[in-house]
Design a protein around this ligand. Structure first.
Ligand SMILES: [Mg+2]
Length: 359
């Protein structure tokens, strides 16, 4: 089936809490682009290109990349997902977020045309639902404890504490949240590269007293040796996020066993096919993985949900519910209930576009 339409729509969603911040920045909005690919019969698939500056994409660059890729997609057979992906890689190095939007839209288009849920294209479902972890923005320890209580009262059992590199204050954040939510709630930490190696080791050893399941990206992304040292020194599972910014980096992390776990994200890895490849590398190297937060529309979360439900090695709560704190989502169709997302049992990804005006 020939691709006859390729349209992108810049998208801005307001955050419910405009003061939301983490160690790498603060913005009152989440930005990206919605890509719609249509075939000659009118079947359509959507992909979300995520504008994530710390992963190398801003709204203007995304729109330019999507426009640049257009002639490599239009007029092709929509079923040739691998060949189109190869053409994009030849046309331009990098640009994973734009490539991911194209890859996701093509997979969704194929699933809809075949009349099957998206996960069927990835080998079928291993599970029907997924526990969801929610993220606590950097605030005072008391404010973060209050935000944690609210999420637990909504039914969440997994929380991630954003910290920003001041050891005493960060440990106080963890202590306040543990005291507020009790022992049954799972807690993880994300430093977004904020610590030196020594401070990471000091902080994580102190945080471990409060029963932490995992610490994500404690040191700068390029410091693989430092990351490995932290991994081999502390008693808590260490996960790479920014350091795992491409399939090549996942390969390096796994072969060097520099981390215990990897946070896989479809936008940073350049699409669903690369994310599956990264998962297989992790499985082979005995490194655990899950689908991490790529904040944006329900469209983005729905594609990752189908993948997370199909991959055999997902062993921990995934971070696919951050859409719940965004306003103005142009897609609906999935909601977190009692801390879980259920896999939609319909053709495609299970989310619906409200139309260009909503984008
Ligand atoms: Mg992270």
């Amino acid at each position: 089936m020939i691709i006859s339409g390729y349209d992108s729509y810049p998208n801005v969603m307001r955050k419910e809490d405009p003061t939301w911040k983490f160690a790498l920045g603060a913005s009152p909005v989440t930005e990206g682009s919605i890509l719609r690919i249509t075939d000659e019969q009118g079947n359509e698939g959507f992909g979300y290109a995520s504008a994530t500056p710390h992963m190398g994409a801003i709204p203007g660059s995304l729109e330019a990349e999507l426009a640049y890729f257009r002639p490599h997609v239009m007029g092709r057979d929509a079923d040739d997902i691998e060949a189109i992906g190869a053409a994009l890689d030849r046309a331009m190095r990098g640009a994973p977020q734009a490539k991911a939007a194209i890859d996701c839209a093509l997979h969704e288009l194929l699933a809809k045309r075949l009349g099957v849920p998206l996960c069927q294209l990835f080998g079928g479902k291993m599970r029907d639902s997924l526990p969801i972890l929610r993220i606590l923005a950097i605030k005072t320890p008391q404010e973060m404890a209050k935000a944690a209580r609210k999420l637990v009262d909504e039914g969440y059992r997994y929380l991630k504490i954003k910290v920003h590199g001041e050891v005493d204050l960060d440990v106080a954040r963890v202590a306040a949240i543990r005291k507020e939510v009790g022992d049954d709630v799972h807690l993880t930490i994300d430093a977004n590269q904020a610590y030196t190696v020594k401070n990471a080791i000091i902080a994580i050893n102190r945080m471990a007293e409060y029963k932490i399941d995992l610490v994500e990206q404690p040191v700068p992304a390029d410091n693989f040796e430092g990351l490995a040292l932290v991994t081999h020194t502390v008693p808590v599972k260490i996960e790479a996020d920014e350091a795992a910014g491409s399939l090549a980096e996942v390969y390096q992390l796994v072969t060097r066993r520099a981390v215990d776990a990897v946070s896989l994200k479809v936008p940073k890895l350049g699409g669903i096919r690369n994310t599956i490849a990264a998962a297989r590398l992790c499985e082979q190297g005995g490194v655990s993985y899950r689908l991490g937060a790529a904040v944006g529309s329900r469209l983005l979360a729905a594609h990752a949900l189908h993948l997370a439900c199909a991959l055999p090695g997902v062993d921990y709560a995934c971070e696919l519910g951050e859409f719940a704190r965004l306003l103005d989502d142009p897609f609906d169709g999935i909601e977190v209930v009692n801390g879980e997302l259920r896999l939609p049992q319909v053709a495609g990804s299970g989310v619906r576009w409200k139309g260009p005006s909503a984008a």
